[in-house]
Design a binder for this molecule. Structure first.
Ligand SMILES: Nc1nc2c(ncn2[C@@H]2O[C@H](COP(=O)(O)OP(=O)(O)OP(=O)(O)O)[C@@H](O)[C@H]2O)c(=O)[nH]1
Length: 644
């Protein structure tokens, strides 16, 4: 969609760029020449904070350029795309990127003798914004399609996932080449030299560098830019006895999957993906440890801060995303101020709120409970004016959601692990490995997210044993083996260590898990991560084996992976898994996977927390090892309350 984005000085020095499709250098050159040198399009009167939408688009050679600039710093932000396309979000992207970049590097660039500004981390911020805005923009299309296909569409249907993107510098989970967006060459993480000898990189030089490393155009840029569809994982069907209805009688032949694995490995080596992992792209150190960072929160707070500075601009016109509370406020226009609110006054508004939550994929029973909480908060409140009612309503909704989603105890995983693997000298407990197991229905992302957690632990230098506890589905052990090989390569230089414990197929998973935990103790592993077979939550027989599993493996933590796009089934899934481990044992947390595919329809996490009172620990936001985030209540509330 977007061909290239550049941040450059008015004299043509590229500070940072991201290229998705080759664009002739003459496009941006002539833009700079016409607009900033010859001033054919006047910028003299342009203000520092002029938004991209206020600047006339520049068109050249079938390309449209949307731009803005910061006069004080002499920096231009320009997005280039094919004129044939209509990118409704492009102005917002340009404006938000300007705000973020200036926030991050503005002060440095203002210093008189600045010679170097490291922009390595800016890739992440850019990706976050691009992904968020693309997803926001994709929503109306989905609705239109649904409206055409089915007039009676209900919010409980899972949304069709938007296209997935590859992050150029991330490590792919499946090791398949990241073809969707050609990677920005490493040198694009500019070391900006301002005034330093030999430090400047001209835009032209930059282009040459880009073109030498960017993939050759196929001549079909449209398709080249479209992410390659990933073959959907085939869900295994179970019969009444808990056996798979296919392949059972077949001699399991893993040669094919092994071939796939080695192909993937070869591809990984060829692309160098695993070589290029950079922990700083997703973790930040805290007391010497990496913590999962919440980029969305950070970006939103940068944007919100910038927005609050611009008092004259309304939230919508400031180009900020995620300003959902005001959208909800609209539901309550029927409420008048200056009176003590009664249940009757609020009835209509509560219905509107319920509908809104249903559209966000929140299960009905959870939506009803949330509305009750808000209503309780508001009945009896005396308000002076409409505005204050509005503010109270927004606050009450936010409070209700926040209360529901906020865990009641600390979820510091690393501290928990340390307390088990290295108990204080005064403790009577002996050091032992920390055991974690992952459960869930088929294909939700158990192995993938287990691997993401492992990557996180390896970044923190833990010694991890991954246990192939899916002794049932053909290929499951080999798939986990591929993850382990990738993780090994990734962390070879980091100091962490990971091994696979596997006993093939057909064995009792509970026994394998127990033996693995004992093995981990003997071999001084810090953490044992046990993968388990996917199972339907309403399959009594398969679910009952979880009780034995919990008894044998004695996990410190049992996490269930739930898909963000699952819909109303999430409540039953969460309840059944939570109850499957026998008396005295239940789930310890959820990982909500595939959040990147649902935009702001993140209601599933509300539904499952409501159903179980078990907290969400992590969210999966993509198909890379680094695409795991700590769950942020603020992030979720913002998404849930944004306009549907
Ligand atoms: N977009 C996206 N895809 C994900 C995410 N997590 C997992 N996936 C994908 O979901 C698919 C299934 O993931 P697996 O980890 O194999 O799922 P599983 O639950 O272990 O599958 P079974 O073992 O068959 O039950 C894979 O294609 C993953 O790449 C995520 O956060 N975002």
């Amino acid at each position: 969609m977007l061909d290239t984005f550049e941040i450059l000085t008015t004299s043509g020095v590229v500070l940072w760029s991201r290229t998705y499709a080759p664009v002739s250098p003459s496009v941006v050159n002539s833009f700079i020449n016409d607009v900033f040198i010859e001033e054919k399009t006047s910028v003299a009167g342009a203000k520092d904070d002029q938004s991209a939408a206020s600047n006339p688009p520049y068109k050249y050679d079938q390309h449209t350029l949307r731009w803005t600039f910061v006069k004080e710093l002499g920096i231009i932000f320009v997005a280039v795309y094919r004129s044939l396309l209509h990118l409704s979000w492009i102005d917002k992207l340009v404006d938000n990127i300007k705000v973020i970049f200036v926030n991050l590097y503005g002060e440095q660039l203002k210093r008189p003798n600045t010679t170097i500004v490291e922009c390595v981390k800016f890739d992440e911020y850019f990706d976050q914004q691009l992904q968020e805005l693309e997803q926001t923009a994709a929503k109306p299309d989905r609705k239109e399609v649904r409206a055409l296909e089915d007039e009676s569409f209900s919010a409980e249907e899972p949304p069709s996932p938007p296209t997935l993107k590859s992050r150029p510098h991330d490590t792919t989970l499946d090791s398949s080449p990241a073809t969707s967006r050609p990677g920005t060459p490493g040198a694009n993480h500019l070391v900006v030299a301002k005034g330093g000898p030999g430090g400047k990189m001209s835009r032209r030089a930059k282009k040459l560098q880009n073109s030498s490393s960017a993939p050759v155009s196929s001549g079909d840029e449209g398709s080249a830019r479209r992410p390659k569809a990933k073959a959907a994982k085939k869900g295994r069907k179970w019969d009444a006895d808990g056996m798979a209805d296919e392949e059972d009688d077949v001699q399991l032949d893993y040669s094919a999957s092994k071939a796939v694995a080695s192909d993937n490995e070869a591809e990984t080596r060829r692309t160098g993906a695993v070589e290029e992992v950079d922990a700083s792209t997703w973790g930040s150190t805290s007391k010497g440890k990496f913590v999962l960072k919440d980029l969305g929160d950070e970006v939103h707070s940068i944007l919100a801060e910038a927005g609050s500075k611009t008092k004259t601009e309304s939230t919508a016109s400031s180009g900020l995303v995620g300003s959902g509370l005001s959208a909800i406020g609209g539901l309550f226009r029927n409420v008048v101020g200056g009176k003590v609110l009664t249940k009757e006054d609020l009835d209509k508004a509560m219905k509107g709120m319920e509908e809104h939550l249903l559209k966000k994929n929140v299960a009905r029973e959870a939506a009803v409970r949330l509305c009750e909480g808000v209503e309780k908060e508001l009945v009896g409140v005396k308000t002076a004016s409409f505005e204050s009612i509005n503010a109270r309503i927004q606050k009450a909704m936010e409070a209700s959601l926040t209360k529901m989603l906020t865990p009641t105890s600390s979820l510091d995983l690393l501290r928990e692990i340390d307390s088990v693997t290295a108990p204080p000298a005064t403790s009577l407990r002996k050091a032992r490995p920390y055991v974690m197991s992952i459960v869930g229905v088929n294909g939700v992302g158990k192995s993938t997210n287990l691997s993401k957690i492992c990557f996180f632990l390896l970044q923190n230098k833990y010694k991890v044993l991954i246990v192939a506890g899916d002794t049932f589905r053909s290929g499951a052990v080999e798939q986990l083996g591929v993850h382990v090989r990738n993780l090994k390569e990734l962390t070879a230089r980091e100091g962490g260590k990971v091994e696979l414990y596997e006993k093939g197929y057909g064995k009792d998973a509970a026994v394998v898990a127990k033996e693995a935990v004992a093995f981990a103790g003997q071999q001084n592993f810090d953490v044992v991560l046990i993968d388990t077979a996917g199972r339907r939550h309403n399959d009594q027989r398969l679910m009952s084996s979880l009780e034995k599993f919990a008894k044998f493996a004695q996990p410190d933590k049992i996490l269930m992976v739930g898909e963000a796009l699952v819909g109303t089934d999430s409540v039953a899934q969460a309840r059944n898994f939570n109850a499957a481990f026998g008396s005295g044992r239940s789930l310890d947390g959820f990982i909500i996977s595939k959040c990147d595919t649902v935009g702001d329809m993140v209601g599933t996490l509300v539904s499952i927390v409501h159903a179980t009172n078990v907290p969400v620990l992590f969210v999966g936001v993509g198909q890379h090892y680094s695409d795991l985030r700590n769950f942020s209540v603020k992030w979720a509330v913002e998404k849930l309350l944004s306009s549907a």
